[in-house]
Write a protein that binds this ligand. Structure first.
Ligand SMILES: [Zn+2]
Length: 487
């Protein structure tokens, strides 16, 4: 495997593919391009992510639905920006057996046009609002960019939440709640740092008033967009005639939002953010095996005693509720077993050899700091509890530090070009406007071969100084933006 940390930065693609293969996360040999098979090790963590997200949706008053995978073309055609935005990526179902359908059906690339179709039947009165719904779904998009397991597939797995409200203010509140949910899930639970941006007008979801999205920075300095939330206003409610009778007896269109955390992609981002040159590192709660116990055999040792001790500790840890496994494969050297579980991202490894029996200790290798510690047998359960409780937070702190080091503030165009060309960094810079500064954005994109204005940050107000000017056109700056290249 990779010997140096810089490998991850300079050849992230190779590093990523290597981990997918060696940690047995996905199999790319399925015979439709862009569709891959997720293997048990990744599915376990992805299922956990789905569960905690589901709890959070329920806790915040969302109701779960299940809608059909197929969406009639006529639903799509109703919203012109939406159809224009998604058309190139839609998979169409045109036949049953040998016969053509009279009208074709889309394999959902997203389900606004299915939800709003139904909302028009369900919504009658202001008393029905807010209506907050979500579904767990797989969606299909014919990506023209190179596909990559978890990060960019032609089929992916997500929650899509579709909500309607009485007022625009209520809908805007929902955007803030979606941001809060993202913080609690991605950052607090999975340890993935991000910035939530309001996207420029020229880069919004087809059919939205505004798009907000969480950007994660990968080790190679490229940006991965994770959940986005969209303020739809009355765009879809007018199109699908989703009206309610208000308190004043007047009929009004509801205001909509949608939020789409792609769980499979969040998992892909997590691999990148937490992984290191020895492989995967998983937050403690997400690891299929949390503690691996390895008996170290020696020809002249009392191996039976070592095995008994391993069994005893495993049973006790299992009773406490940890996911534990003993690997006593005598065919493999200790080193082979060490690197295998490090590659898989198992948080803790307990090694027990003859010396330990003699000294009344065990050796614990912790994957958050990649260090070995000795623990007295008497303290083992307290110590493991302590480590397990701080483990994910340690990964998060390391990721936060790396994240902050990747953002550089500049105030002139030459520095911007030079840094985007040579370093794995995200630029923070004064800019004219995310409403109508597209020309400046286009120039940056052209001169840097692909860097985009990601938007203005939503987590706190960030204003340019009185005399700040746009680094491109020299006009008075009215915002601070972040610029980087997408992965
Ligand atoms: Zn400008």
């Amino acid at each position: 495997m990779v010997s140096e940390e810089k490998y991850k930065i300079e050849d992230f693609n190779e590093w990523f593919n290597d981990i997918i293969y060696k940690a047995e996360l996905a199999d790319i040999r399925y015979n439709i391009k862009g569709l891959v098979v997720f293997r048990p090790w990744s599915v376990f963590s992805i299922s956990y992510m789905f569960r905690v997200y589901e709890d959070k949706f329920n806790e915040t008053g969302h109701q779960q639905l299940i809608l059909p995978t197929l969406i009639p073309e006529e639903n799509f055609l109703k919203e012109s920006e939406h159809v224009e935005g998604f058309s190139p990526e839609v998979f169409w179902v045109t036949q049953h057996g040998n016969e053509n359908f009279e009208n074709k059906y889309a394999l959902r690339p997203t389900s606004e046009t299915a939800f709003y179709y139904m909302f028009s039947y369900w919504l009658k009165s202001y008393k029905d609002l807010p209506l907050k719904t979500y579904q767990r779904a797989n969606v299909f998009r014919y990506e023209s960019k190179a596909t990559k397991p978890f990060i960019r597939g032609r089929e992916f797995y997500w929650y899509e939440s579709h909500n309607i409200f009485e007022t625009l203010e209520d809908a805007e509140e929902q955007v803030l709640e979606d941001m809060q949910i993202t913080e609690e899930m991605l950052h607090d639970t999975f340890g993935i740092p991000f910035i939530f941006f309001k996207r420029p007008q020229w880069d919004k979801f087809p059919g939205a008033i505004n798009t907000y999205a969480a950007d994660v920075i990968l080790p190679n300095g490229k940006i991965l967009q994770l959940p986005s939330t969209h303020l739809l206003g009355t765009k879809f409610t007018e199109t699908f005639n989703v009206k309610f009778k208000d308190r004043d007896e007047k009929e009004k269109f509801a205001f909509g939002t949608c939020y789409g955390p792609a769980i499979s992609r969040i998992y892909g981002g997590m691999i990148g953010v937490h992984g290191d040159c020895n492989g995967l590192r998983l937050p403690f709660e997400l690891a299929p095996i949390q503690i691996i116990i390895l008996p170290l055999y020696f020809s002249d040792a009392d191996n039976q005693k070592i095995e008994e001790m391993c069994l005893d500790i495993a049973e006790n840890l299992d009773k406490i509720g940890y996911r534990v496994k003993i690997d006593d494969d005598k065919e493999k050297t200790p080193k082979e077993r060490f690197s295998y579980y490090e590659m898989k991202g198992v948080p803790l490894r307990i090694e027990i050899g003859p010396k330990d029996i003699f000294q009344g200790t065990i050796t614990v290798f912790r994957r958050d700091f990649n260090e070995k510690i000795k623990i007295y047998i008497a303290d083992i359960y307290d110590e493991i509890k302590k480590i397990s409780l701080e483990f994910t937070n340690n990964l998060k702190k390391q990721a936060d530090l790396e994240f902050s080091e990747k953002i550089v503030t500049v105030d002139n165009y030459n520095d911007l070009l030079e840094i985007l060309d040579k370093e794995n960094k995200i630029i923070r810079v004064p800019f004219c406007s995310i409403e109508d500064g597209k020309e400046c954005a286009d120039k940056i994109k052209f001169d840097t071969k692909g860097a985009d204005i990601r938007g203005i940050r939503m987590d706190f107000d960030e204003n340019p100084d009185e005399n700040d000017t746009c680094v491109v056109c020299g006009k008075k700056a009215n915002c601070i933006v972040y610029i980087g290249k997408s992965y």
